[in-house]
Design a protein around this ligand. Sequence first.
Ligand code: EPZ
Length: 423
Amino acid sequence: MDKLIVTGGATLKGSINISGSKNASLPILAATILAEDSCIIRRVPDVSDTNYMIQILNKLGVHVERSSGTVRTNPENIISEAPYDLVRKMRASICIMGPLLARTGRAKVSLPGGCVIGDRPIDLHIKGLEALGATVEMEGGDITLTAPEGGLVGATINMRGKSGPTVLGTDNVMMAATLAKGTTVIESAACEPEVIDLADFLNSIGAKITGAGTRTITIEGVERLGGIEHHVIADRIEGGTFMIAGVMASEGITLNRVSRNELKSVEKVLLDAGHIVEFNEAGDSVYVAPGKDPKGFQIITEPYPGFPTDMQAQFSALAVITPGISVIEDTVFPQRFMHCAEMKRMGADMQVDNGQAVIKGGKPLSGAPVMASDLRASAALVLAGLCADGDTHISRLYHIDRGYEHIDEKLLQLGAKVARVRE
Ligand code: EPZ
């Protein structure tokens, strides 16, 4: 296993390009199962999650070739059973359920386990696919969905759960509905940019989807879906993560290939906390730098367009070095505070209770051996390490490699002192 050694104190400068979105790539790659012709997907980040998804597609009979950020898929003879050993490694693989069911009439996948950020149920996915006519069997940790003889039939479905909309649940039902008979209306749909990008991809291969990006998505079923070339949107979470690196440990850095429209909530918190955030006219490049008089901030995560849960751990690192009190509450994943125990080992003053972290910032951090626990918590530890005195050894680097493309190379390009070493 690799670990990352971060030596604090370096001042970041210069610029980097932000990669394509992991969370847009995964459902779009899954959606190629629906396409009867070949597809070319560009800007797919080289992260282990997309590598797993490509392996799953290969096992399902979709011929996949990858060269740097471009993935070419060619459907050959699709089978309906996903490989257990791969599916269990990545929760997001649950989004092959909808396309597999719609394309083959059956889908057998292993139930995703929970993970450190909390219970990850799929009851809403099942509710939505059952509403389209699927029957569901669960046995031995697997779930098997079967479409009716005549195929799936459109329905009106409210997909809201106790924590609000579901991103991958909305994706699964939207993908399945593209080949269902008649009209499907998804109410309380997720509005994330990644859902919009998936809908754009599906429409470009012949689907008839309207309303993506709003709480009500309408899908008119069609007989067949073709192939296309698609460019994945920028990764707003990677972009937001490096924006925080810029206000924590630089004299000013520029991030290219971002999308301002998807970073509004991140921009607002950074500006309110007294930092410098300047987007260019086109909104695809942003200059960030520390403010002269930074202050504490309050964050409550919500489904998009609210503040993203995927950014709260990274903001915890900023809060730790910001004089004053900051309060961060995660209403989407209330248990998503694994990074706090590790940051306390570095000297952070944080109290976590009942889905909320109260952080007394401004105390100096000291480097320490810490353990990555999940994707965004790991990124938060890297950010804290940039500002700590001495070396921070972050073990279990595979968590970061799941969703950040070549993070060490990007940090080195900005002048950070980081080294990836084999443990
Ligand atoms: C997506 O996960 C993202 N992953 C997550 O990013 C992100 O944190 C999450 O959306 C919320 O924005 C991908 O897109 C691959 P949800 P998803 O279903 O779709 C509850 C990262 O760091 N729920 O929107 O799996 C659930 O418990 C990852 O890149 C149900 O109750 O999340 C949660 O409280 C981590 N029943 C809330 O909904 C269900 O059937 C939102 O979960 C499904 C979800």
